[in-house]
Design a protein around this ligand. Structure first.
Ligand SMILES: [Zn+2]
Length: 460
């Protein structure tokens, strides 16, 4: 049985909705939720493997181009009244070198850190990553893309952050629109209503460039306030564009930041067709922090303690972990490099090590697509309880699916999918839980397994 729910449409306060450089507050998300499945009592979907997901979303990254240096004069031209765009950008390095990508990527891989890494496809109109990047040799561009594919892709979802992250591009000609104003900057585009198809065409244009670069992609990041006027349409457009260009099953996007009183759980939007063989959903995965490293232009003094202090006793990441909801930290790539000083990166390392020391056995780093997939399975799997057990109907598969089932007796559960058994062995501590295990509790059991798409039966 399926019901249709519709999240209340918030009347977005104009003042809050039109920030130029900032992500929107998650409370202003406006896409309808769509269908939700039947969920019987006595079964609860827990966090993956019983651990709190952690993730690191990096904005404004691309190949070689330092977006701090190249964006600043374009932002200054479009918004001449803004003092924040009158910084000495000419003295800043034009490049964030691949040596830094390697240093960062290898350190993160060594600590199991995962997240989202933007690759702006036509960064600040400097050049096309699938064609030519003026200022760098062909070899340097190809090597840079290869480094992203080999080092970053295994642990980071790649997103376009629209086409240029500065000027709006006429996708019929590939040129920036002639007028220069806030209306023709991607950060504040569009300023009139656009249809889902128009938005999807713009997103698909960005996605195709990354596809030409052999980069995989299942989602997009919005630059600043992109799409604030068309939030529901944008969500649908993400679904259309990502499915169209990459044939991805489960499109997602990053646009919103949850405030300290808001949930950081992903929002499943425009859910439809759950009872068909073509289930559709777009997953809106918010971050939960501001950028407290070096900022988008990379010249701020990092304040790493705002994420987590040295013993992870305080900070926004600590708050989210304690609440048991996804703890997603956000920053901008130039703010880790800091024009070569790398003070943001050093601050990030301290935060990551503090979280690892205090919460390493209660948390799990995940890519944004892994969080999106887990939440699609968590909220969209139909759960029917009967005397003998639990029947699951999953429109989407997900690794590490973890259920708490109220049950007497504590006999070992039996799992099967389309007649074949899914073996599970008993563990005695929550922190030993991983796919293929179960745990006895006072009031029932916890089971963790890789949930396949389709019907799974649990006998308890
Ligand atoms: Zn950005």
């Amino acid at each position: 049985m399926w019901t249709v729910t519709r999240r209340d449409f918030l009347r977005a306060g104009a003042a809050a909705a039109v920030g130029f450089g900032l992500k929107a507050a998650v409370g202003l998300a406006q896409a309808p939720a769509g269908q939700r499945p039947r969920r019987d009592e006595g079964v609860e979907v827990l966090n993956p493997q019983g651990r709190v997901p952690l993730s690191f979303f990096i904005d404004d990254s691309t190949c070689l181009v330092n977006m701090g240096h190249f964006c600043m004069p374009q932002f200054a031209e479009a918004l001449p009244q803004r003092e924040i765009y009158k910084k000495p950008w000419k003295t800043w390095p034009r490049e964030i070198p691949d040596a830094f990508v390697r240093e960062f990527g290898e350190w993160c891989a060594g600590h199991g850190i995962k997240g989202k890494y933007s690759v702006v496809p036509y960064p600040a109109c400097v050049g096309w990553l699938d064609r030519e990047l003026p200022g760098w040799s062909r070899r340097e561009l190809l090597d840079s893309l290869k480094l992203v594919r080999e080092l970053m892709v295994p642990n980071w979802d790649i997103h376009p952050e629209m086409i240029s992250h500065t000027r709006v591009i006429d996708i019929a000609t590939g040129r920036p629109l002639a007028e220069i104003s806030s209306a023709t900057m991607e950060n504040s585009y569009p300023q009139t209503k656009k249809s889902v198809d128009e938005l999807a065409a713009y997103l698909a244009y960005a996605l195709r460039i990354l596809k030409n670069c052999d980069l995989p992609c299942e989602g997009i990041t919005t630059p600043g306030g992109f799409g604030n006027l068309v939030k529901s349409e944008l969500s649908l457009a993400v679904g259309e564009a990502v499915r169209d260009v990459y044939a991805a099953e489960l499109p997602h996007y990053f646009k919103y930041v949850s405030g300290s009183n808001e949930s950081t759980e992903p929002k499943l939007e425009h859910v439809a067709g759950m009872e068909t063989d073509d289930p559709r959903v777009v997953v809106n995965v918010p971050a939960g922090t501001g950028d407290w490293f070096g900022g988008w232009d990379g010249d701020r003094e990092p304040e790493g303690d705002r994420y987590a202090n040295r013993d992870a006793g305080s900070g926004r990441m600590v708050e989210m972990i304690e609440r048991g909801e996804p703890a997603v930290m956000l920053c901008h790539w130039p703010g880790l490099y800091n024009q070569g000083a790398k003070t943001g990166f050093a601050a990030f390392q301290r935060v990551a090590l503090a979280l690892e020391a205090r919460y390493g056995d209660r948390t799990i780093w995940m890519k944004i697509s892994e969080i999106a997939r887990y939440w699609a399975a968590k909220e969209l799997t139909r759960i029917e309880r009967s005397a003998g057990g639990v029947a699951l109907a999953a429109p989407f598969a997900s690794p590490r699916f973890t259920l708490r089932i109220a049950a007497r007796g504590g006999a070992p559960p039996k799992l099967s999918h389309e007649g074949g058994p899914i073996p599970v062995r008993e563990v005695t501590r929550l922190l030993d839980l991983k796919p293929g295990t179960w745990l006895r509790e006072q009031e029932g059991i916890v089971v963790c397994f890789d949930l396949p798409k389709g019907r799974t039966l649990l006998t308890v």
